[in-house]
Design a protein around this ligand. Sequence first.
Ligand code: 13P
Length: 257
Amino acid sequence: MSVMRKYVIAGNWKMNKNPQEATQLIEAIKPLVKEAACDVVVGVPFVDLTAALEAVKGSKIGVAAQNCHWEKSGAYTGEISADMLTSMGVGYVILGHSERRTYFGDTDVTVQKRVRAALDAGLTVILCVGEYLEQREQGVTGEVVAMQTKIALGSVSQEELSRIIIAYEPVWAIGTGRTATAQQANEVCALIRDTIASLYSWDVADNVVIQYGGSMNAGNAAELLAQPDVDGGLIGGASLTPQDFATIVEAATKAGK
Ligand code: 13P
């Protein structure tokens, strides 16, 4: 099987923008990414999904939710199921983000359940993994990231892997302005690919898109995206500024994977 990886540039808006602002932001991004040769996705708050789906019409921009529950329905006040997302026309969901793990009690096990539900509903998953600063300093980055990846993919078949994107996001680089070096990013993305190869095969691992996330911006994107195992970006802060986000998309288009 040949390698068919294509860059995926995804914005994670986190808890920013109301529906009206979401429309404005997407309308501003749309013309700037018209020529993109990579996939472009915006990850918006739940309440913005309707507006975002409407705003992306006529473009190739995909829309992601930022979480979903693992049950199909039931007594889970405040939660949103994967089926609800697909019923609206949402194509992607971000799962296992470190902010969910840190502030809202997500664990490797609940992330695995959410991944299962999302795939069953037909969504493409952007699965986030990454180490805390203390873990990097203790020299266990590889172990942590491999464990998160293995558990999250616990029930994922080889066929379903085509709907999994992995985002390597070192927690110490998120929102801190402290980006991983291109070499650090590539090293861990390669290690994630090794992990996937050990679970499945190199044929499939070579085709999984592995993004880097953590203070990626218009200035550092080209260098990060030039790394052989970095296949895109999951972008927080810079995805809220149309020109910055577009510059990252352009960097991916130029890098031409
Ligand atoms: P920043 O780009 O703001 O560091 O956020 C990264 C992130 O968490 C994307 O999911």
